[in-house]
Design a protein. Structure first.
Length: 177
Protein backbone atom coordinates (compact mmCIF):
# COMPACT_ATOMS: atom_id res chain seq x y z
CA UNK A 1 0.00 0.00 0.00
CA UNK A 2 2.82 2.42 0.83
CA UNK A 3 4.48 1.88 -2.55
CA UNK A 4 1.14 2.66 -4.24
CA UNK A 5 0.62 5.86 -2.21
CA UNK A 6 4.26 6.96 -2.75
CA UNK A 7 4.73 9.21 0.30
CA UNK A 8 8.05 11.00 0.68
CA UNK A 9 8.79 8.96 3.81
CA UNK A 10 7.50 6.21 6.07
CA UNK A 11 8.09 5.86 9.79
CA UNK A 12 9.21 2.69 11.52
CA UNK A 13 8.39 2.88 15.22
CA UNK A 14 11.20 1.54 17.42
CA UNK A 15 10.07 3.39 20.58
CA UNK A 16 9.74 0.85 23.41
CA UNK A 17 6.23 0.12 24.64
CA UNK A 18 4.38 1.82 21.77
CA UNK A 19 1.57 -0.16 20.16
CA UNK A 20 3.02 0.44 16.70
CA UNK A 21 6.54 -0.69 17.75
CA UNK A 22 8.27 -3.07 15.35
CA UNK A 23 11.47 -5.08 15.58
CA UNK A 24 14.59 -4.33 13.56
CA UNK A 25 14.09 -7.62 11.68
CA UNK A 26 10.56 -6.66 10.62
CA UNK A 27 11.78 -3.18 9.66
CA UNK A 28 14.54 -4.75 7.53
CA UNK A 29 11.96 -6.91 5.73
CA UNK A 30 9.65 -3.96 5.16
CA UNK A 31 12.50 -1.72 3.98
CA UNK A 32 13.51 -4.34 1.40
CA UNK A 33 9.97 -4.18 -0.07
CA UNK A 34 9.77 -0.38 -0.18
CA UNK A 35 10.29 1.71 -3.27
CA UNK A 36 13.85 3.07 -2.80
CA UNK A 37 12.61 6.64 -3.37
CA UNK A 38 10.60 6.48 -0.11
CA UNK A 39 12.74 7.65 2.83
CA UNK A 40 12.77 5.34 5.85
CA UNK A 41 12.46 7.20 9.16
CA UNK A 42 13.15 5.51 12.50
CA UNK A 43 11.00 6.85 15.34
CA UNK A 44 12.59 6.70 18.81
CA UNK A 45 12.02 7.75 22.41
CA UNK A 46 14.45 6.32 24.98
CA UNK A 47 16.41 4.12 22.56
CA UNK A 48 20.19 4.28 22.91
CA UNK A 49 22.38 6.13 20.45
CA UNK A 50 24.11 2.81 19.66
CA UNK A 51 20.78 1.19 18.73
CA UNK A 52 19.86 4.13 16.48
CA UNK A 53 23.27 4.19 14.78
CA UNK A 54 23.07 0.43 14.25
CA UNK A 55 19.80 0.79 12.35
CA UNK A 56 21.27 3.56 10.18
CA UNK A 57 24.47 1.61 9.51
CA UNK A 58 22.42 -1.48 8.57
CA UNK A 59 20.59 0.71 5.99
CA UNK A 60 17.24 -0.03 7.63
CA UNK A 61 16.56 3.68 8.23
CA UNK A 62 17.93 6.87 6.71
CA UNK A 63 16.42 9.55 8.96
CA UNK A 64 15.95 9.68 12.74
CA UNK A 65 12.86 11.08 14.47
CA UNK A 66 13.24 11.68 18.20
CA UNK A 67 10.52 12.14 20.80
CA UNK A 68 11.66 13.32 24.20
CA UNK A 69 13.52 16.21 25.80
CA UNK A 70 14.23 19.34 23.79
CA UNK A 71 17.89 19.24 24.91
CA UNK A 72 18.31 15.57 23.87
CA UNK A 73 22.09 14.94 23.63
CA UNK A 74 21.53 12.51 20.75
CA UNK A 75 20.54 15.38 18.40
CA UNK A 76 24.03 16.94 18.03
CA UNK A 77 25.65 13.49 17.98
CA UNK A 78 23.43 12.30 15.12
CA UNK A 79 23.85 15.54 13.20
CA UNK A 80 27.64 15.29 13.60
CA UNK A 81 27.36 11.84 11.97
CA UNK A 82 25.48 13.51 9.05
CA UNK A 83 22.23 11.74 9.86
CA UNK A 84 19.12 13.89 9.26
CA UNK A 85 17.22 14.44 12.51
CA UNK A 86 13.55 15.25 13.08
CA UNK A 87 12.58 16.16 16.62
CA UNK A 88 9.02 16.21 17.91
CA UNK A 89 8.41 19.42 19.84
CA UNK A 90 5.53 21.50 21.02
CA UNK A 91 4.98 24.74 19.11
CA UNK A 92 6.38 26.68 22.08
CA UNK A 93 9.72 24.82 21.79
CA UNK A 94 10.02 24.87 17.99
CA UNK A 95 12.28 27.92 17.78
CA UNK A 96 14.82 26.37 20.18
CA UNK A 97 14.86 22.98 18.41
CA UNK A 98 18.37 21.99 17.26
CA UNK A 99 17.27 19.17 14.92
CA UNK A 100 17.23 19.54 11.14
CA UNK A 101 13.43 19.56 11.19
CA UNK A 102 11.19 20.39 14.15
CA UNK A 103 8.05 18.27 14.06
CA UNK A 104 5.26 20.36 15.56
CA UNK A 105 2.89 18.16 17.51
CA UNK A 106 0.56 18.43 20.46
CA UNK A 107 1.47 17.47 24.03
CA UNK A 108 0.36 13.85 23.43
CA UNK A 109 1.95 12.63 20.16
CA UNK A 110 0.09 9.75 18.56
CA UNK A 111 -3.13 10.61 20.39
CA UNK A 112 -4.93 11.82 17.28
CA UNK A 113 -5.67 15.15 18.99
CA UNK A 114 -5.62 17.99 16.48
CA UNK A 115 -2.93 20.60 17.05
CA UNK A 116 -4.19 24.18 17.24
CA UNK A 117 -2.91 25.61 13.94
CA UNK A 118 -3.87 29.18 14.83
CA UNK A 119 -1.19 29.44 17.53
CA UNK A 120 1.92 28.24 15.71
CA UNK A 121 5.17 30.22 15.75
CA UNK A 122 6.47 31.67 12.48
CA UNK A 123 9.53 29.57 11.75
CA UNK A 124 12.13 30.70 9.25
CA UNK A 125 13.12 27.13 8.40
CA UNK A 126 11.35 24.03 7.14
CA UNK A 127 9.23 22.18 9.68
CA UNK A 128 6.92 19.19 9.78
CA UNK A 129 3.32 19.43 10.93
CA UNK A 130 1.71 16.59 12.90
CA UNK A 131 -1.06 16.37 15.45
CA UNK A 132 -4.35 14.79 14.47
CA UNK A 133 -3.99 15.09 10.71
CA UNK A 134 -6.54 13.10 8.71
CA UNK A 135 -7.53 12.80 5.03
CA UNK A 136 -10.32 15.26 5.86
CA UNK A 137 -8.19 18.04 7.41
CA UNK A 138 -4.69 17.69 5.96
CA UNK A 139 -5.36 19.91 2.92
CA UNK A 140 -6.67 22.71 5.14
CA UNK A 141 -3.69 22.32 7.47
CA UNK A 142 -1.23 22.60 4.57
CA UNK A 143 -3.00 25.66 3.16
CA UNK A 144 -3.11 27.44 6.54
CA UNK A 145 0.26 26.48 8.01
CA UNK A 146 2.54 25.88 4.97
CA UNK A 147 4.71 23.12 6.45
CA UNK A 148 7.54 21.54 4.44
CA UNK A 149 6.01 18.14 5.23
CA UNK A 150 3.16 16.58 7.15
CA UNK A 151 3.27 13.56 9.43
CA UNK A 152 0.16 11.42 9.65
CA UNK A 153 -0.26 8.34 11.77
CA UNK A 154 -3.37 7.64 13.83
CA UNK A 155 -5.40 9.88 11.49
CA UNK A 156 -5.11 7.32 8.70
CA UNK A 157 -5.97 4.31 10.84
CA UNK A 158 -9.21 2.38 11.11
CA UNK A 159 -9.42 0.04 14.08
CA UNK A 160 -5.65 0.39 14.60
CA UNK A 161 -4.80 -0.46 10.98
CA UNK A 162 -3.35 1.91 8.38
CA UNK A 163 -5.38 2.71 5.27
CA UNK A 164 -9.00 3.35 4.52
CA UNK A 165 -11.80 0.99 5.50
CA UNK A 166 -12.84 1.05 1.83
CA UNK A 167 -11.63 2.55 -1.43
CA UNK A 168 -12.56 6.12 -0.54
CA UNK A 169 -10.43 7.87 -3.12
CA UNK A 170 -8.59 9.88 -0.39
CA UNK A 171 -5.98 7.28 0.39
CA UNK A 172 -4.48 4.35 -1.38
CA UNK A 173 -6.78 1.49 -2.37
CA UNK A 174 -7.02 -1.45 -0.01
CA UNK A 175 -5.20 -4.58 -0.91
CA UNK A 176 -7.59 -7.56 -0.94
CA UNK A 177 -7.01 -9.96 1.93
Amino acid sequence: MVNQARPDAIGFIFAPGRRRQITPDLARQMAAQLNPQIQRVGVFTTNSLAEILGLVQAHIIQVVQLHGALDDPRVPQLRAAHIPVIQAVTPADAIRCQADYPLLDNLHPGSGQVLDWTDLPRLKRPFILAGGLTPENVTTAIQQVHPAMVDVSSGVETNGQKGCPEDCGHCCPRTPT
